[in-house]
Write a protein that binds this ligand. Structure first.
Ligand SMILES: [Zn+2]
Length: 188
């Protein structure tokens, strides 16, 4: 299973998350502010050249759709030849196909956004290459992802909030201190 890294998790100060405002009557979608949260494959040996967009409807904070966009056309595109395409394994929202269409429109119309996605992909791969210790957290990331998708299936929205690298490091230090205290006790 591929572990996907939340771009905002790694770069919380980045203000480059794309929002799309859909006005009433303009589309098959309910009017809302749709937030395109970017996730990239966390395997540094993999060069899939794609982004996983988890599209959130801002009013309800519910997941509207999970859409992939691959900029290296070919094997990664969906069987129907669609690109962007819906994640077949994900629990999708009721308007997922219309959301996919919205994402397609944004990607086709906005070359700056397309380039930004590629740049962010490169930034994530570089960050992971520079921080091999983050690989330790892979199991935690998997567990978090599983919990998030369960709670989505249960209709509870987004699941637990993801922690920033700083918070993760703090937790790690706390665990380490606890561990040291315990081993001191044992050695007494
Ligand atoms: Zn990959």
């Amino acid at each position: 299973m591929t572990v996907y890294v939340d771009y905002q998790d790694l770069f919380p100060d980045s203000e480059e998350t794309r929002h799309v405002h859909v006005l009433a009557g303009n589309s098959h979608l309910p009017s809302d502010n749709y937030v395109l949260n970017e996730h990239y494959c966390g395997d540094i040996s993999c060069d899939c050249c794609r982004v996983r967009l988890e599209v959130i409807a801002a009013s309800s904070r519910k997941l509207a759709a999970v859409v992939y966009y691959a900029w290296e056309e070919g094997e990664e595109a969906d069987l129907d030849g669609q690109n962007p395409y819906l994640e077949p394994m994900a629990a999708q929202g009721p308007h997922a196909e219309a959301v996919r269409g919205l994402v397609e429109q944004v990607i086709n119309d906005d070359s700056v956004y397309r380039e930004r996605l590629k740049r962010h992909y490169g930034e994530v791969k570089q960050f992971l290459a520079d921080h091999p210790e983050l690989a330790v957290h892979e199991d935690a990331a998997r567990a978090r992802q599983a919990i998030a998708s369960w709670s989505r299936m249960l209709g509870e929205g987004l699941g637990p909030p993801t922690r920033s690298p700083r918070e993760r490091n703090q937790a790690k230090r706390r665990r380490k201190r606890k561990e040291q205290r315990r081993s001191r006790k044992r050695n007494r």
